[in-house]
Structure formats: structure tokens, C-alpha cells
Design a protein around this ligand. Sequence first.
Ligand SMILES: Nc1ncnc2c1ncn2[C@@H]1O[C@H](COP(=O)(O)OP(=O)(O)OP(=O)(O)O)[C@@H](O)[C@H]1O
Ligand SMILES: [Mg+2]
Length: 325
Amino acid sequence: MPIAISAKNLVKKYGDVVALDGLSLNVEQGTVYGLLGPNGAGKTTTVRVLTTLLMPDSGEANVSGVDVIKDPEHAREIIGLSGQNASVDENLTGRENLVMLGRLFRLPKKEAIEKAVNLLERFNLTDAANRIVKTYSGGMRRRLDLAASLIANPNILFLDEPTTGLDPRSRMMMWDVIENLVKEGTTVLLTTQYLEEADQLADKIAVIDRGKVIAEGTADELKAQVGGERIEVVVAENDSARAAQALQEMASGKVIIDGERVKVPVSGGGAKIVDAVRALDVAKIEIKEIQLRRPTLDDVFLSLTGHVAEEVKTEDEAPKKKGRH
Ligand SMILES: Nc1ncnc2c1ncn2[C@@H]1O[C@H](COP(=O)(O)OP(=O)(O)OP(=O)(O)O)[C@@H](O)[C@H]1O
Ligand SMILES: [Mg+2]
């Protein structure tokens, strides 16, 4: 597969703050690449560099083989961007915004209108088409913003946190739209703080922290790095050593005792729960709780970075609460 987006050793500093610290990535054509990281990790900065809005201090960036830094105008013809700070005009209607953008992209008036009508339909905004954007809900604005980025039929689409702040239903709808775009051949780079979103949409995920890619792979590969499935049993604390002993035989690795909780690495999934219950029954140990745990991307982030995906603090900003879902 040809590479649609590539970044090599991108560095960007703001005074003492190192926003990008040698970031590299490659996105294959026709795939979805998820940039996953907490607040301040460098996601927006990466997107801004790749979309020609920001010059890096050093490093290289290409879209479809076009040098983003040396030839930004050409690069802009290839890409679409739906940003964290939406670019639509609040005082125009949804329809006016899209028609105006179509005109900016030099579509003849009739085509610009047709395109706007189609996109409004596709994003379920037809009923709100003639209202000014100021009156839109957050979800409607996100949808309009994504619609706006599709006016020029981009082959490569950058989506900076496309679903942050959306309710579950709007999020699903956004996922659907993105999945359909990819089916039609669009290459998508999206950023997200939602581990499940990267899991759902991305063919490949890069976990970024402090301006660097700290891990890359499919969701399954990343999960495998943290270890596979395990059964967790809660027993009376003075039973846990005996429980560990009883369960060791069925385990695929070393059983870990954590207070009253006994963690048993297994392969084979749900069926192993039955084995565990039997083994504990034979040993006459009462089970307070038992469950099969599959690693989530939350676990991945924690094990890679040593902190959960929610910390953020900048001087002028209260810590934002987002990230863990
Ligand atoms: N214009 C700027 N001036 C100074 N520092 C900046 C500027 N833009 C970004 N930074 C800093 O660069 C770092 C990376 O910011 P960036 O916006 O890329 O993070 P992010 O991963 O998009 O975070 P979020 O999830 O909050 O959107 C942060 O420490 C941020 O404070
Ligand atoms: Mg951001």
C-alpha cells in the first residue's frame, strides 16, 4: 500500500514547551490512523503541521508525496481538515456556510448549492439548514464542521477529536459517517482521547505522549503488549494464597495475588471461568466475585506511560476532565 501521510522527526517548540519531540508516523492509503493521547500530548500540533497551518522547527511531512512544508498550496488541494476549533461562520446558516465554502473552492454556483444540499442531507442537518449556526447544538456543529471539510472531496481527511463532547448517539453517527468515507477510499487521520474510539475506527493506532509516538500497532497488538486475557477472582483475603494455588494449573502464566483479588492469566476466554469455578469449588473456597477481563486501551495507556489518560495542567487552564471512557 502506498503511504498517504508521513511525518518524520517533527519537532515543534513553544518557548520551553516541547509540543512535538521528534514525532514520526506513516499512514497507508485508504486506512484510518488513530492518534491517541491525553490533553497536551501534541495531537492538535501534529494535525496543524500536517495540514500546513503550522511550521515545525524541524522535520519532514508529506501528503500523497507532496511536501507539506515546501509546497503547502499543493498539499492543501489534497487534504480536508475538520478541526477542534471549527471553521464555520456562526452568523451564517448551515447551508450558507457550505455554499460559501463550495464557492471558495471555485465550484460553480449551481454545483456548490447541490453539494451543500447533499451534505446537509447526509449529515442529517436538512431541517436545520436554514438556521444560523449560533443556534446549533454541539453535535450539529461537529457534523456541519465535518460536512464543511468534505466540500472539496479530499482524498485525505484530518479529523481532530471528531467526537469530543458528543452524546453517545451522535458519536455513533459520526463513527458511521467516518466508516463510510473510508469505504469510499478516503484516508483518515484522526485524533482522539477516547480509547474505544481508536479501537472502533482505526486500522492502526499511535499512542502519543509528550510529543512522541510511544507505541504503534493495531488495537489488538497494543492490547497484547499489556498481556492477554485474565480471570480475576475475589475471595476472602485469607483464602487468596490457597485460591492462587488451586488456579495455577489452569493458568497460562503466573497467578498474581493482590490482596483478596487473584489474577489468573488465561487463554481460551469464557470457558475458563467454568474451570476456575470448579477448581475453587474442589478447594472449598468461596467466590465473592469472578470475571473475565480483557485488556482495554486504557490498560495499554497506563502500562505504557505510567499515568492514566486524563492528566493535564497548563498554567492558564484548569485541568480538563476528559479522556477516560
Ligand atoms: N500556541 C501555543 N503556544 C504555547 N504552547 C502551545 C501552543 N499550542 C500548543 N501548545 C502546547 O503544546 C503542547 C501540545 O499541545 P496540543 O494542542 O498539540 O495537544 P493536544 O494533544 O491536542 O491536547 P488536547 O487533547 O487538549 O487537544 C501542550 O503542552 C500545549 O500547551
Ligand atoms: Mg488538541
